[in-house]
Structure formats: C-alpha cells, structure tokens
Design a protein. Structure first.
Length: 232
C-alpha cells in the first residue's frame, strides 16, 4: 500500500516522509535518500519497488529546512537550476542529523522489525555514505555519491556494511576523485565497491538522460542481495 506520509519530529520542527508499506509487516525498513530533485516520482517509485520486495520504505523530505515539499524532475533547465540552488543551500551535516532521527523513528515503528538500511542516489549517495559512518543504520548503499572523496577518513568509524556503486564516467565525480575513493576504501572489511564502465552519473535514474538499463539492473540486483543479507 503506497502513498502514505509519516511525520518526523525533530527539536527544530517536523518534516514529512513518503512511506510505502509492504504486504506483510513487521518488515525491515529502508530509508531512501533523495537526489537534488526532492521527494519526486522517481524517489516514490523506488520506495514502491522496495515495498514490493517486502521492505518498509521511507523517503524523508531532507530539503524541509530550505523549502518543504520539493518535487521536481530532471526534465527542464528551470528545474535543474532550482535543483542546484537547493543543493548549494543544503547542509549535508545537518541532513545526516535529520536522517538519524528518521532511522530512530522508523526503527521504533510497530511496522518495523528493528532493522533499518539506507540507500541514496547522487546527493543521497553522499548522505548514504555519511549515514553509514555517523549513524547506526544496519546497512547502507550509495549510488554515484558526489563528494565522498572528501570524507573517506570517516570510514574508520564504519561499524556496519556499506556498498558503493561508482559510474566510471561520472561527470560529477572525476577520475581523480574516483581514484581517491578506491584507494582509500577498496580494502575496507565493511565496504563493497562496484564500478560501472562507460556509465555517467545517474545511470540508474529511470527516464534520465544517462539511464543505462543493463548497469542499473546489475546495480539494483547487487543492492537487493546486499539488503537481503544484512536486513532480513
């Protein structure tokens, strides 16, 4: 049953999260971390897909401190402009503190088994990495996270499994940044890294300019197996 919302309460106020519930509960939860376009149809569809796989899927409105309820696409120049403005105004450190509240809230929900994972894309990919290093999420997956190379030192704190999907031709993560990430993290016992040759940023975004069905299918299958192993 899709299309519900949940209020997440913080000391600074409340914000909403889109929730897709599986057929059977209690279930493990997955917190889906948005791209720079807000909680849009792409993110809601991802939640619905996870619910169909038997997870309680939650996508929090992480831009709520700037502008609540952002829901735009990657299909027009004006929307891209707005998306970059939002990204530049966003504080990723505050974002992770909000994600921690989401994890605590959903873990305490009667529909959740107590196991909570996180998956993020683009900006959310960076947030999935810092969620892994700064929260008690049970497993995290980052798709083409932007800026991870500046935070690889945080992996020392990693207590739970993390999977990274890296697009080898990512226009927002240059080769030098990819080398820093691989050099720092590839031998970490908690981290699995998969790279995708010939793929650009957002290769898993259905309807996006750089969507690559084969690579997206491979990444999603790896993610599904990873969550199955760590959240069930």
């Amino acid at each position: 049953m899709a299309g519900q919302t949940l209020d997440i309460k913080t000391p600074d106020g409340a914000f909403s999260a889109y929730v897709a519930r599986p057929a059977q509960t209690p279930a493990p939860a997955i917190v889906v971390l948005q791209e720079i376009f807000g909680v849009n149809k792409v993110m809601r569809d991802i939640c619905d897909d996870y619910a169909a796989q038997g997870y309680l899927a939650v996508c929090p409105d992480l831009f709520w401190r700037i502008e609540p309820g952002v829901d735009i696409t990657d299909q027009s120049e004006a929307e891209w402009k707005k998306a970059f403005e939002l990204m530049n105004a966003f504080d990723p450190d505050q974002g992770v503190r909000d994600i921690r509240v989401v994890i605590d809230t959903i873990r305490g929900n009667a529909d959740c088994t107590g196991k909570v994972g996180a998956v993020g894309f683009c900006l959310g990919g960076l947030l999935a990495f810092t969620t892994a290093t700064r929260t008690d999420a049970d497993a995290s997956v980052a798709y083409y996270g932007v800026g991870i190379e500046q935070r690889t030192g945080e992996a020392e704190r990693l207590a739970h499994p993390l999977m990274l999907h890296i697009a080898e031709e990512d226009q927002f993560v240059p080769k030098a940044a990819q080398e820093l990430i691989l050099g720092a993290l590839k031998n970490h016992p908690q981290i699995q890294i998969h790279t995708y040759p010939g793929c650009d940023h957002a290769f898993a975004r259905k309807g996006g300019e750089h969507y690559n069905a084969q690579a997206a299918e491979a990444a999603n299958a790896r993610t599904a197996a990873f969550f199955e192993a760590n959240l069930r």
